[in-house]
Design a protein around this ligand. Structure first.
Ligand code: C2E
Ligand code: MG
Ligand code: MG
Length: 735
């Protein structure tokens, strides 16, 4: 047994005289110094792998002190156990004999010149793993006897990281995007496969050339100047560029160029990455088209118009020039659409669009807002408002005339259409796009009011009306919740002046303001949709009173007529609204009469008839209000289950003075007779009117002569005054 080697204060094997430690030949002082300063980790073991020497570099690399390591068994102390186990398994397979996962792993397969040089994983005392290159040599004495092993290890973490980086870079280089590397003089050094696929140039063809190889000629010198400025200032440029493929095809690409500096900070290379964005551009233009153009007519849509309106406003603000907004509406388009079908309607719209396009200058906009509503915006009409108006009117007149020309929409038949046009002028951005459109819309209504096929300008009188309307609308929105509505009733009598029922008439009393007649707010309520909740309120109150009246023998037999607006009737659940109101109060449906106006009868005949039938089945009756003022014809009337016609009061008013009015009244009475419809004369104010009507067969009457509209309370308080026959009704039932 040999003595343990003497330890130097630094934890080194000292040079000994005579017998060496563990049977190793003695190290002389020089050898020891070389080992200690070798700069590499050096480990000496005996033939069995027991560590005899562990130099300073090894101690630093692995974190173990001399005392912790010497006389310990290698490799398990600082080798990765999984790696040793893997290696043992592999060696067992190779040598066809069991190899233990220990020191044998290193020595079993030492090559002929007794050296093994390969990479391993070491584990630092603190657990950190790192790669090393380990060269193991067999130490033999003069007789060739193995007396130990020398291991020299160096940490190769940095090298491994660089190798990994290179692997990553190689994969990244062959990515989907085309890559081109040039030197500082722009000579192409390398390109990847994607470059060749995209440009058609192989690496051999491209290397040595400059990027001018791909130049399309689409960008001017200023483009390249800006690019090089950015590159020299920021070392980076990216953007869209058109390049040319080998086959001559020009394509858009998204190009990124980065300058790569050398160690001295000088640009050594440029790396360009690019991809073909042709598909993207197509998609982009499709999206743009969908977002900003009307698919049917390909005219700009509302969004693009608003955009251009905004720009025109900004331009006007700068240059003081007027622009004009023309709203164009095809007269009776709906009728054409309903009678000839949507295909024909679409063809008309396409033709209108192309005529509009031809009627305006380049720079002006013809747009379609939806339906049959078109808008033309004329810009740069000069800074004089009168002159701008004249120009706008000239163009509007030209448009009106061109839209009046015949249309060939179906076979050889020619169709004729007219158009109404509303114009609003503007300069700058004082008015929002919404306001401008609304103003042109109001002018359009005026044009329609004037009998259509007309042109109207928006003016200040219209503005005042607009402001008033806006105020009214705001008040109307709050009226229901504030309880400002009151329901009046007006008596209806028979030929013997006997009370048969009432018509309910709505009144609006805004707080602190004069009473608003229904003619002033019902159209507005219709337009805004407020008529729906208002109508429900009326219906509910009428049913509540009907139910109450059923309990009073004086009123039990009276009918209650309720006016129903077209918009209210068109509600999908209108039938349910009526049945609900009746059921809620337990009112008798046979006493309820709904007054509809002729406008309702023009569209969706089947739907209207179906709704009426559904309610008729319950017992609810229908009366056609204001008859004679609209379009209703005999043919129309026969299709609907009306029980009664109401002759409009304009005819009754003139009955004794105007022969035509009297003739119309007589015709209506005759018609009612033929169709077995009861006829009520509205607005009977004088006894002479009453006498004339009665003489010609009219059996029901309503008018100031028999009573004005009044509250339920007043009406009921006067009922007691009534004798059985209504003939004794006081002439004036005013409150
Ligand atoms: P309408 O349904 O034709 O009602 C008859 C109108 O003639 C009432 O006007 C009534 O006060 C008036 N009137 C009756 N007899 C005479 C008369 O002898 N001489 C004159 N000069 N006028 C007479 P009002 O109450 O101003 O109602 C106007 C219109 O407002 C109604 O015409 C109806 O269309 C609508 N309306 C009234 N209440 C409602 C309602 O609750 N719902 C709906 N949707 N519309 C209603
Ligand atoms: Mg009525
Ligand atoms: Mg009426």
């Amino acid at each position: 047994m040999t003595a343990a080697p003497e330890l130097a204060p630094g934890g080194c094997l000292t040079a000994c005289r005579g017998e060496s430690a563990f049977g190793l030949p003695e190290l002389c002082a020089t050898q020891n110094a070389i080992f200690e300063h070798a700069g590499r980790a050096i480990v000496l073991t005996d033939p069995a792998g027991t560590i005899l020497y562990f130099n300073r570099a090894a101690q630093q690399m692995l974190g173990y002190s001399w005392e912790e390591v010497t006389r310990q068994a290698s490799p398990l102390l600082f080798h990765c156990p999984e790696e040793i186990a893997r290696e043992a398994a592999a060696l067992s397979a190779k040598l066809q004999r069991p190899v233990a996962p220990g020191f044998e792993v290193f020595v079993a397969d030492l090559d002929a010149d007794s050296r093994q040089d390969r990479d391993w994983i070491y584990v630092h005392k603190n657990g950190r793993r790192f790669p090393v290159n380990l060269a193991i040599s067999v130490l033999r004495d003069a007789t060739g006897q193995v007396f130990g092993y020398l291991g020299i290890a160096s940490d190769i973490s940095e090298r491994c990281r660089m190798e990994q980086d290179l692997r990553i870079a190689a994969i990244a280089f062959e990515s989907q995007a085309a890559i081109m590397v040039t030197d500082a003089e722009q000579s192409i050094l390398r390109v990847n496969q994607a470059f060749s696929a995209l440009t058609g140039y192989s690496a051999e063809e491209a290397i040595g050339q400059t990027p001018r190889l791909l130049k399309s000629g689409r960008q001017g010198p200023e483009f390249y100047l800006a690019m090089w400025n950015a590159l020299s200032q920021n070392g980076h440029w990216e953007g869209e560029i058109w390049n040319r493929r080998k086959n001559g095809e020009i394509f858009p690409e998204w190009l990124t160029i980065s300058a790569v500096p050398d160690a001295q900070g000088q640009v050594a290379n440029y790396v360009s990455t690019f991809s073909d964005i042709s598909d993207l551009k197509v998609a982009e233009s499709e999206i743009h088209h969908l977002a900003f153009y009307d698919p049917l007519t390909t005219l700009p849509n509302r969004r693009l118009l608003l955009n251009r309106l905004d720009k025109a406003g900004a331009a006007g603000k700068r240059n003081g020039q007027y622009s004009a907004l023309l709203i164009i509406d095809i007269d009776h388009f709906k009728t054409l659409n309903d009678t000839l079908g949507h295909d024909v309607g679409d063809r008309l719209l396409i033709e209108v669009a192309s005529r509009l396009r031809r009627s305006v200058r380049e720079g002006d906009t013809a747009a379609r807002l939806g339906g049959d509503e078109f808008v033309v915006m004329l810009e740069a009409l000069g800074s004089d408002v009168d002159w701008a108006a004249i120009q706008a009117e000239t163009v509007a007149e030209k448009i009106r005339a061109t839209l009046c020309e015949p249309y060939c929409l179906q076979g050889d038949a020619e169709h004729f259409r007219s158009a109404s046009i509303g114009i609003s002028l503007f300069c700058g951005q004082e008015k929002s796009a919404d306001v401008l459109l609304k103003q042109a819309d109001i002018a359009l209504y005026k044009a329609k009011d004037a009998g259509r096929n007309a042109i109207r300008f928006f003016d200040t009188a219209m503005q005042t009306a607009l402001d008033e309307r806006a105020g009214l609308e705001a008040d109307l929105r709050r009226a229901l919740s504030r309880g400002e509505f009151v329901l009046y009733v007006q008596p209806q009598v028979d030929a013997e002046r006997q009370l048969t029922g009432v018509e309910t008439l709505l009144r609006w009393q805004p707080a602190g303001k004069p009473l608003v007649p229904p003619g002033d707010f019902i159209p507005l309520a219709e337009e805004t949709g407020l008529i729906v909740p208002i109508g429900l309120w009326v219906l509910d109150l009428a049913c509540a009173n009907l139910a109450r009246w059923a309990r009073d023998e004086r009123t039990r037999g009276l009918t209650m007529a309720v006016n129903v607006s077209a918009r209210q009737f068109r509600q999908a659940d209108f039938v349910r609204q009526v049945t609900d109101a009746l059921a809620r109060h337990g009112a008798n449906p046979c006493r309820l009469k709904l007054e509809l106006t002729e406008s309702l009868l023009l569209d969706n005949v089947d739907e209207v008839v179906a709704k009426m039938q559904a309610l008729r089945t319950l017992g609810v009756r229908f009366s056609l209000d204001d008859f004679g003022t609209g379009y209703a014809s005999l043919a129309y009337l026969k299709r609907y289950p009306f029980e009664q016609l109401k002759i409009d009061r304009s005819f009754v008013r003139d009955i004794t003075r105007d022969g035509d009015a009297a003739a119309i009244v007589r015709a209506v009475l005759a018609m009612g007779d033929t169709l077995r419809l009861g006829v009520v004369a509205e607005g009977v104010e004088e006894n002479t009117q009453y006498a004339y009507l009665a003489e010609h067969g009219c059996r029901f009457f309503q008018g100031y002569l028999f009573g004005r509209p009044m509250s339920f309370v007043t009406f009921e308080s006067q009922l007691d005054l009534l004798p059985a026959a209504a003939a004794d009704l006081p002439d004036n039932w005013e409150i």
